[in-house]
Design a protein around this ligand. Structure first.
Ligand code: ASP
Length: 444
């Protein structure tokens, strides 16, 4: 029988009643065998996610030496969730043991991981499934990256004797045997890891939206849903801020060609978005799949006559940035010019000054100019590379909206065109691009 791995996000775990609907979803399809869960999320706007309560709990542990005060709201949250389930689950001992271990471990990652741990424990009781603690099956290497080989083997072994299992997302074990978390939202990665280990036919990611939309619904009213995306398009869109799925979740499943299906726990009848390996993906009629972006970048513009003939010019510039531990998002360049696009949050005034001085010393440019408050907008579509005139339509639409483009970068895969505009023009520019590619053309 085909196997599906299902990951349920925080809002799908927010309270006992929602967990009852999750149980129905899982039980309605016998292929749904391996379940990965996040910590309970917000129940209403203004509520606090359990993971955030746990970060605050760790803070209170560092201040008071014990976590009791900080752990109290987490305890209350799980007690009420279990009450709502109305199922004779006794969580008190598990909560006591968890509190004790938080005090002993004195680790931020360990504390933050307990939302997933407790939630998976509860869900395993609800489903009558095996609870597999990710601490014992997900391993990190010394460099902080996943130890795939060891992890996939351990997950397979742990699942060998069971028909239905629940894993906590978000964490694993480092080389010192200590619990280590992924970055925020990392349960999506855990789900992909389990899917890879179990060679699932599908990785279902259950969230609170019916898949990806062609652009941010806070900017455009009811944008069109995206029914199909390729892995590559997903990477580009998620990296640029379309945050339905953690952008790193693609790596474990990509090698095994496992498709991902985004589904909505609150509207399971909706089709959602299929994310497919590029080999199985045929771009639909529309050349553009989606538009996403982020604000607050700084551009360092460098000009020097005959730059193109100077061997090692770019390497020297990048060396200056590496010394300051700065990562660069894009490097659009011309014959005598190059720009470095950097997320502004990485740059203090002091660092920026040192970078400029470093560039002046290393490559003696004619000009170095700083342009701040830049937003980047990516127009993404695998079909773009084979269709004539997409960039002309894009730039015309931006010009017609009277927006000045500060920078252009076309990824070498020709599946995205990134423009830099002033932060203030960000929303207007997204609307202009959306309306050009989505309001007249049919969207598949
Ligand atoms: N609970 C963690 C977070 O809030 C991980 C996750 O939800 O995926 O970031």
């Amino acid at each position: 029988m085909a196997i599906k791995v299902c990951k349920f996000g925080g809002t799908s775990m927010a309270d006992g009643n929602i967990i009852k609907s999750v149980k129905k979803i899982i039980e309605s399809d016998p292929e749904r065998k391996y379940i990965v869960v996040s910590a309970p999320g917000k129940r209403y706007s203004g509520d606090t996610k359990v993971t955030d309560l746990l970060y605050a709990c760790y803070k209170s542990l560092t201040e008071n030496g014990v976590c009791a005060a900080g752990f109290a709201p987490v305890r209350a949250r799980f007690e009420s969730l279990v009450r709502e389930l109305n199922m004779n689950i006794d969580i008190d001992d598990v909560l006591d043991a968890t509190e004790k271990r938080i005090d002993e471990e004195k680790s931020e990652d360990f504390t933050a991981s307990r939302g997933e741990y407790l939630c998976a424990w509860v869900v395993s009781k609800v489903l009558g499934a095996k609870f597999i603690d990710s601490e014992n099956v997900v391993y990190f290497k010394e460099n902080g990256k996943l130890d795939g080989e060891r992890t996939y083997k351990a997950i397979k072994e742990a699942c060998a004797d069971c028909e239905l299992a629940v894993f906590p997302g978000f964490y694993g074990q480092d080389i010192n045997g200590k619990v280590k978390t992924f970055s925020r939202g990392g349960s999506d990665i855990s789900g992909a890891i389990v899917a890879r280990a179990m060679q699932a036919s599908l990785y279902e990611n259950w969230t609170d939206v019916s898949g990806f939309l062609a652009c941010d619904p806070r900017i455009v009213d009811s944008p069109k849903p995206i029914k199909k995306l390729s892995y590559k398009e997903l990477r580009e869109l998620s990296y640029m801020g379309a945050n339905v799925l953690h952008s790193d979740s693609i790596f474990p499943v990509r090698k095994a060609n496992i498709p991902i299906q985004i589904k909505n726990t609150f509207r399971p009848q909706d089709e959602g978005t299929s994310i497919l390996p590029s080999s199985r993906y045929m771009p639909a009629g529309n050349t553009v799949t989606g538009v996403a972006g982020k604000k607050n970048f700084t551009v360092i513009f460098i000009e020097k006559s005959l730059m193109n003939a100077e061997i090692g010019f770019i390497a020297k510039v990048l060396e200056v940035l590496a010394r300051e531990n700065i990562s660069v998002e894009h490097i659009p360049s011309g014959i005598d010019t190059m720009s470095l696009v950097i997320a502004s949050e990485q740059l203090t005034d002091f660092k920026l000054q040192r970078i400029i001085e470093g560039i002046q010393t290393e490559v003696s440019p004619d000009t170095v100019r700083i342009i701040e408050n830049i937003a980047l907008i990516a127009t993404v579509g695998q079909g773009m590379s084979s269709s004539v005139g997409t960039s002309a339509r894009l730039f015309n639409a931006i010009a017609a909206a009277n927006i000045n483009i500060k920078m252009i970068d076309q990824g070498s895969s020709e599946m995205n065109i990134i423009v830099g505009v002033k932060n203030d023009d960000y929303e207007k520019c997204i609307r202009a691009i959306y309306s050009e590619f989505f309001t007249s053309a049919p969207c598949e």
